[in-house]
Each structure stands twice: as structure tokens, then as C-alpha cells.
Design a binder for this molecule. Structure first.
Ligand SMILES: [Zn+2]
Length: 408
């Protein structure tokens, strides 16, 4: 009871503090050509702001603090700490460097714009909120924690750095998929031709349900899912579209998200037999793991993409076991170049297994020993059905900062 009371008091304090969070108001122009942003602060709030990705800093215009005009050199702004006031600015999409558009991209009639490029966020990482004012019919998709059902107001917590988060704006289809223990908010961006939304829903839900078979519930309470159709996309150049899902990734900055680049003209069957979505959602079973320990997160997801599809009945047990064995067997790396960059050019089906094995071959033997021990245990456990999965073997070796403690 005392503990409970303590929690209530702490909770009450947190709610009180929430009123003092910086709140960004983001007005989106009708034609998605401009974001107009303002954030008001009291004297005890941060006074230094910066873009995380400064490549597009020239798109910052009309930067003011109250009546004062400010410069935003190199995407950094400092306002007088002792003066309360409102910082306002525009982000002009037309002024984004054409050749550097990786974080700000037009997708047909929709816009992908990483907040790293347009949000002058507090330099001292503190929680804040972002509230959007959108033209009629325009939606927003963001990885942050939603504060309303309309997905227009979000809370942003400090989070691991790394690949930049995605925010999408446009008149795209967005729908929730409710799962045991969690929810996906899926945005299907514009394409030439447009993707079949019902098909996307069936495929994403099936893969997400595979991952609930690990422990009975989806591993995170909410994830943003962004579907980017690539057929007909100039930037993609038609590469890799023989697969249903030529490329996908999980993003952690700002909240958990998965981004899938899809061949929107592939039939539903080819999506349902593709392993990519099960693999990506399996990444969410682990907390953030740093890139230098990617052998663990990639190996982990590669393990579960087979185990969970077998549990779901998509693969027979024999096929799943063969795929696992082929992926982790010592013979595989000889066919591969020793350089990680080369790995990226391999077919997707070999990519993640190769990552684990190459890491093992090229780097410190101690971690390599950890990898071999873990996969060895996982394989024999799976074979003997003695352990329910890999996570119990991995958990004792995760430490708080996203790195791995070697097995002694
Ligand atoms: Zn992966």
C-alpha cells in the first residue's frame, strides 16, 4: 500500500511536470510545401535548440524569438535564457537540397520528412510534445507516443540516437492493427500504382501475429509502421523489386518504428511467404542494441524469423530448421567477402546471417565466442525443444546501455 501510494505521488508529480514541457506547434501548409513551427518557453526551459541533421539547415526561414529576428547558423539557435518567449520558424521544403534529400523526400503526393531535418529540438535532451495542425484530409504518421486517437499530438522522450526517425505527411491511408499487448499504426504512402491497402493490412498483421507467438503478446505497446511502395519510384531506380519487400528496417529514435519498402504489384502470396516483416518485428523483442553488437540483434531476428513462422505454420519445422542451420553453419562465410560493405550488396536472404558470421570471423574472439555459444545453445535448444526460445539465453547478457556482456 505504501509502495502504491508512493507511485501515485510520483505519478502526480510527473503530471504536474508535464504541464511545463516545451510544446511544439507544427502547422502544415495545404500543399505540404512548408512547416511553420513554434515553441514557447518559460525561463526554466531549455534555451538552446538544434537540428539533429543539419544538411537542410538552409531550409530554415523566418527564425524569430518574440519580435527579434535570429540567425540559425548551422541549424543551431540560442535564445536569451532569462527571457520567456516563443521561438518561431518556417521549414521550406522547396529549399531542401535536391541532392541531399535522403531525410526529406516527396513520395508521390505525400511527404516524408525526418524531424531530424526540421525540428529545432532542445539541445539538452528533455521530454517535449509536438502538436500538429493539419489541412483538411492530411494525416501525419510519427514514431512518438500519441496523446490522442487522431494521432495529432505526441510526447517525445529522449531515446537512442542512430538512424533518423520518420514523420510522414499526406493524404495517405493510415489504420491501426490491434494485437495482444500492442498496437501498430500503419501508414501506406502514395505510389505509382497505389498499394492495395487491404493486402498490406493482411500481410503486416500476419507477420506481427507471428511475433506474438514468442511470448504471447507483441513486444512493444505501440509501433509506427510506414509502407513505401517502390515500383515506379525514381529514387529507387527499379532495383530489387523482384522481391515483395526489397528493403526494410527498424528505427528507434523517438520511438519504435518499422519502415518497409514494398513491391506494390507483387501478389499477396509473395508477401505472406516473405520473411522480412517477421524478421523486423522480431527485432522489437530486444531493446536497442548498438551497431557494434549487430551480430546479436541480427542473429536474434534471423533466428526468430524462422522459429516463429514455423510456430505459425507458415514453414514446416523441418524447413525452419534447415534455414536456421544453413544460415549459421560454418561453411557459409567462405562464399562471402570479408568486408561488411560487401555484405550490404548481398541478396537480402543472405544479408543478416552473413552479418553475424562475418562479425564473428573478423572481430574480437571473445564476442565471437559469445555469438557461437548463444547460437549453439539456441540451435540445440530448438532441436531438443528444451527451451521456449532464444530470449532466455540472451537476456542475462544484455546490459543497460544497449551493449552485450560477453559470456566468460
Ligand atoms: Zn535485421
Amino acid at each position: 500500500m505504501i509502495v502504491l501510494l508512493g507511485l501515485v505521488l510520483i505519478g502526480g508529480g510527473a503530471v504536474g511536470a508535464a504541464a511545463e514541457l516545451p510544446i511544439y506547434q507544427v502547422r502544415v501548409a495545404e500543399n505540404l510545401a512548408r512547416l511553420s513551427i513554434s515553441v514557447c518557453r518559460s525561463v526554466d526551459m531549455p534555451h538552446r535548440f538544434a537540428l539533429e541533421d543539419t544538411k537542410h539547415a538552409r531550409a530554415l526561414r523566418n527564425v524569430t524569438y518574440g519580435a527579434r529576428r535570429l540567425g540559425a547558423r548551422r541549424g543551431r539557435v540560442k535564445v536569451p535564457a532569462a527571457e520567456p518567449g516563443c521561438l518561431s520558424y518556417d521549414f521550406e521544403i522547396s529549399r531542401v537540397w535536391e541532392e541531399r534529400r535522403a531525410s526529406v523526400l516527396r513520395m508521390g503526393s505525400d511527404l516524408l520528412a525526418s524531424p531530424a531535418a526540421w525540428l529545432l529540438a532542445p539541445v539538452d535532451e528533455v521530454p517535449f510534445e509536438v502538436h500538429f495542425a493539419l489541412p483538411s484530409g492530411v494525416q501525419v504518421s510519427a514514431p512518438w507516443q500519441p496523446l490522442d486517437d487522431a494521432l495529432r499530438r505526441y510526447r517525445v522522450e529522449p531515446s537512442p540516437t542512430g538512424w533518423q526517425p520518420i514523420v510522414a505527411f499526406g493524404r495517405f491511408e493510415q489504420f491501426p492493427i490491434e494485437l495482444p499487448g500492442g498496437r501498430l499504426d500503419v501508414a501506406v504512402l502514395d505510389g505509382q500504382p497505389r498499394a492495395d491497402v487491404a493486402q498490406v493490412r493482411d500481410w503486416v498483421e500476419a507477420a506481427a501475429r507471428h511475433v506474438t507467438l514468442a511470448y504471447g503478446s507483441f513486444p512493444v505497446p505501440r509501433a509506427q509502421v510506414v509502407i513505401v511502395p517502390v515500383v515506379g519510384l525514381d529514387a529507387w531506380g527499379g532495383r530489387g523489386t523482384e522481391d515483395a519487400v526489397p528493403f526494410a528496417r527498424v528505427l528507434r529514435r523517438g520511438g519504435i518504428a518499422a519502415q518497409f519498402f514494398v513491391n506494390q504489384i507483387a501478389p499477396l502470396d509473395s508477401y505472406l511467404s516473405d520473411w522480412t516483416a517477421t524478421h523486423e518485428f522480431s527485432h522489437m523483442l530486444l531493446p536497442y542494441v548498438s551497431q557494434s553488437d549487430a551480430w546479436l540483434s541480427e542473429g536474434f531476428a534471423s533466428y526468430y524469423q524462422n522459429v516463429l513462422r514455423a510456430r505459425a505454420g507458415v514453414l514446416t519445422e523441418e524447413v525452419a530448421w534447415r534455414k536456421l542451420h544453413e544460415g549459421f553453419s560454418p561453411g557459409t562465410p567462405r562464399r562471402l567477402s570479408g568486408h561488411p560493405r560487401r555484405i550490404r550488396s548481398l541478396p537480402r536472404s543472405q544479408h543478416d546471417h552473413a552479418y553475424v558470421l562475418e562479425w564473428c570471423r573478423d572481430r574480437a574472439t571473445r564476442r565471437c565466442g559469445t555469438a557461437r555459444t548463444l547460437w549453439g545453445r539456441a540451435e540445440s535448444g530448438y532441436r531438443a525443444a528444451a527451451t521456449p526460445g532464444l530470449l532466455p539465453a540472451v537476456e542475462p547478457h544484455l546490459v543497460g546501455n544497449g551493449t552485450i556482456r560477453p559470456i566468460g
